[in-house]
Write a protein that binds this ligand. Sequence first.
Ligand code: AMP
Length: 215
Amino acid sequence: MSQPHVLLLGAPGAGKGTQSKRIVEEYGVDHITTGDALRANKGMDISDLGLEYDTPGAYMDAGELVPDEVVNEIVVTALGEADGFVLDGYPRNLEQAEFLDERTDLDAVLVFDVSEAELVDRLTGRRVCPECGANYHVEFDQPETEGVCDECGADLIQREDDTEETVRERLRVFRENTEPVIEYYRGSDAFAEVDGEGTPDEVWDEVEAAIDERV
Ligand code: AMP
């Protein structure tokens, strides 16, 4: 049997990254995340495309979407290398959803519901490890030693786009561009809504059940 094709949708901070890691461990699929791919290429010169900014990082630091031609390219390459996958952070607008539709099918499309107040708390308090990608929170999920990654010992950082001003802009961009993507998938057999406000273990129980029902 081929490996599952899973899509996670939800606002920034809804827990897509955390649950993606578990899906990778449980189902042995690839994690395709445009956010990480773009962070690794923030300084890439895209000036020849004649767009508003010359690097992906400039869009990201403003909380805006990186243009589709840059992001679609990343996804095409990653899909070509994956058997099963969990896709996280893409598609973020209807054009990307239609582009994806032409290139692959999806077994499970899971939407994480989390209130805006909770999202702001989660994102502005988030600290990440620049070395291994582990996530922490200044209140809800502290590392053993303040500011130091439990997994690899590196110093934790706050993502440049996790400041309150940029977080508010990212949530506005989500409502405007990505909520229509949720409506685009609603009604398909693959679609399921998950309560994203529980603990990671509670959310995982729902995620695993929803995937197993659909593959
Ligand atoms: P994330 O880590 O998924 O929250 O993504 C961080 C930033 O990367 C976003 O605020 C966007 O600027 C950019 N980004 C990630 N995925 C996409 C996408 N599918 N389309 C456009 N921009 C994206």
